[in-house]
Design a binder for this molecule. Structure first.
Ligand code: F0G
Length: 457
C-alpha cells in the first residue's frame, strides 16, 4: 500500500526564521515569561492556537475577490446564510466578528444573574461571558476525560447523570440553555458522540431547555464520529453534521477554526423570535444584521470554508497530521491526553513536571522550556487559564495541567511536526533539571492569561 499524502499542494509560502537560545532567553524575559507577549517573528513554529491561523484555499481567496461590501443586504451575507442553511440546517443567523462576540450577543439575550449553564467543559471565553453575567457554568463532562492515559473514543461526552442532576436541582427558568462544545477544546479537542448528542437533546426536551452547540470544531467532531462510531463509517461528513445539528436549537461558531478563515463567526438558530431579540444586541455590539462585524469578502470566504471544511479528504489530511505528531510523542514516552485531539496535542505537564508544585504553574513552565529549546510556542491550559474563583478570588486548580500544541490548518509540514517532537523529547529528557516554575507579578481581574506578567522563582 502507498503511504498517505496531503490532499493539497502549496501555492504560496511564508518565510519563518530560526533563532539562537540566547536570543530566545532575552525575548522570553522581555515578554515577562508570557508566550502571548512574544512577537511572532521571535517564534519558529507557532502552535499557540489553531484559531484564525489556517491557510485559506485558492477558492477562498477567489471568493474574497467577489465579496460584496454593501452595508445592507450584501450578496456575501446571502452566501453565508445559504452555507449555514445547507450545512448546519439553521434558518436564521447573525454574523459576528468572532466566536466570543457570538457568545456576547446570544448571552445578552438569554443569560441573567443567578443562572446555571450546564455543559461539557465550557471554553474559557464562554465561561467568561457566563461568569461576567454573574451566572454559573457547570461542567458535566464524563469523568474519563480527566484521566489522560485512558483511551476513550469520546472524551467530550456529557455525563447524563450529572446533567440530569443539574436539570432537576434548578428550576427551568434558571437554566437558559445547555452548551455542548464540539469538539470539546478544554478536555483536549475530544469529540462528542452522536449518541451522546441525541441523548442530551432528549433530556433537554424532557426539561424544556434549549441546546446550543459551541461549534468551533464541529467538522472535526463529525470526522471522529465517522471514524469511531458504529453505523457512521459509510456516511459523509456533511450527512453526519446534518444529524448532529438536528439535535441542537442554536449554535455559536468561531469560524476561525473549522471554517478556515482568519476572522469571523456567527450565531445560528431555529427560533425567529430569538433572532429578533439577538439582532438588537448584534446591531449594538457588532454591526448591522447583514454584516455584524465582518466585511463582505470575509463572509464569502467563510461560506466557502464551511463547505471545504466539511469535506472528508481535507479533514483526513488535517487530523492525520495531528496523529503523526502524537505517534512520535507516544514513542518517546511523553504523556499527553489520549487519544489525540482533533486540533491539538495536550501534553500532560502535571505528569512531566510533577516535582514542581502546582502553585508554580507546571504547564506554563513546560511551555517556556519548549520555547527556549527550539522557538516553539504552545499555550498553557492550566492554572493560569483557570483564573481565580470569582467569589473567593483564590486560584482555581484544574484537574489537568496541560500544554496545548495546537496545529494550524494547512500551514506546517510533517517535517515541522518532527522538529516539535524532537524538541519536546529533549525537554522531557532533562525535566528533572528544571527546578523551579514561576510566580505572578501582575494580572488582570478576568481572563488573566492573555496579559499576565510572570517571574522566575
Ligand atoms: N469556543 C471554543 C470551543 C473555542 O475554542 C474558542 C476559541 C471560542 C469559543 C471563542 O472563539 O476566539 O473566535 O472568539 N478558541 C481559541 C483557541 C482562541 O485558541 O482555542 P473566538
Amino acid at each position: 500500500e502507498l503511504p498517505f499524502a496531503e490532499s493539497f499542494k502549496i501555492k504560496m509560502v511564508e518565510t519563518i526564521r530560526r533563532s539562537t537560545r540566547a536570543e530566545r532567553e532575552q525575548w522570553l524575559k522581555e515578554a515577562n515569561y508570557n508566550l502571548f507577549n512574544l512577537k511572532s517573528d521571535q517564534v519558529f513554529i507557532d502552535l499557540l492556537t489553531d484559531s484564525g491561523t489556517g491557510a485559506m484555499s485558492d477558492k477562498q481567496w477567489a471568493a474574497m475577490m467577489t465579496g460584496d461590501e454593501s452595508y445592507a443586504g450584501a450578496r456575501s451575507y446571502y452566501n453565508m446564510k445559504a452555507a449555514i442553511k445547507n450545512i448546519l440546517g439553521f434558518d436564521h443567523f447573525l454574523p459576528t466578528h468572532q466566536g466570543r462576540a457570538a457568545e456576547n450577543v446570544l448571552f445578552s439575550v438569554l443569560v441573567k444573574s443567578g443562572d446555571i449553564v450546564p455543559g461539557n467543559s465550557h471554553f474559557d471565553t464562554t465561561k467568561g461571558h457566563i461568569e461576567f453575567r454573574k451566572a454559573k457554568a457547570v461542567d458535566c463532562t464524563i469523568d474519563e476525560a480527566f484521566d489522560t492515559e485512558l483511551d476513550h473514543p469520546f472524551k467530550g461526552n456529557v455525563d447524563l447523570v450529572k446533567l440530569e442532576s443539574v436539570l432537576t436541582t434548578y428550576p427551568k427558568e434558571q437554566i437558559p440553555m445547555i452548551i455542548i462544545t464540539v469538539t470539546c477544546n478544554s478536555s483536549g479537542g475530544q469529540p462528542v458522540s452522536i449518541a451522546n448528542l441525541r441523548a442530551v437533546k432528549q433530556l433537554a426536551d424532557k426539561y424544556g431547555i434549549p441546546v446550543c452547540y459551541d461549534s468551533a470544531r464541529f467538522a472535526e467532531n463529525a470526522y471522529f464520529i465517522k471514524m469511531r462510531e458504529e453505523g457512521y463509517q459509510d456516511k459523509s461528513i456533511k450527512e453526519i453534521v446534518k444529524e448532529m445539528y438536528s439535535y441542537a436549537d442554536m449554535a455559536t461558531m468561531s469560524s476561525k477554526k473549522d471554517a478556515i478563515v482568519n476572522m469571523g463567526g456567527f450565531i445560528a438558530m431555529r427560533d425567529e423570535e430569538l433572532w429578533k431579540k439577538a439582532s438588537t444586541y448584534n446591531i449594538m455590539f457588532e454591526g448591522y444584521v447583514t454584516y455584524g462585524g465582518m466585511s463582505g469578502r470575509d463572509m464569502n470566504a467563510l461560506a466557502q470554508g464551511l463547505d471545504e471544511g466539511t469535506e472528508f479528504e481535507y479533514l483526513e489530511t488535517r487530523i492525520k497530521q495531528v496523529e503523526y505528531l502524537g505517534e512520535m510523542l507516544h514513542e518517546y514516552g511523553i504523556p499527553f491526553q489520549k487519544p489525540v485531539g482533533g486540533h491539538a496535542i495536550f501534553v500532560d505537564a502535571k505528569k512531566i513536571l510533577s516535582h514542581i508544585p502546582k502553585e508554580e504553574f507546571q504547564a506554563q513552565t513546560l511551555g517556556c522550556e519548549l520555547y527556549l529549546e527550539a522557538g516553539i510556542r504552545g499555550v498553557e491550559i492550566g492554572t493560569i487559564l483557570a483564573d481565580r474563583d470569582p467569589e473567593t478570588r483564590e486560584n482555581r486548580y484544574p484537574e489537568l495541567e496541560l500544554l496545548r500544541l495546537a496545529i494550524p490548518r494547512r500551514v506546517y509540514t510533517n517535517n515541522h511536526m518532527e522538529v516539535v517532537a524532537a524538541a519536546l523529547k529533549n525537554v522531557f529528557n532533562r525535566r528533572l533539571n528544571i527546578k523551579h516554575g514561576f510566580k505572578i507579578i501582575e494580572e488582570a481581574p478576568i481572563m488573566r492569561h492573555f496579559t499576565v506578567h510572570l517571574d522566575k522563582i
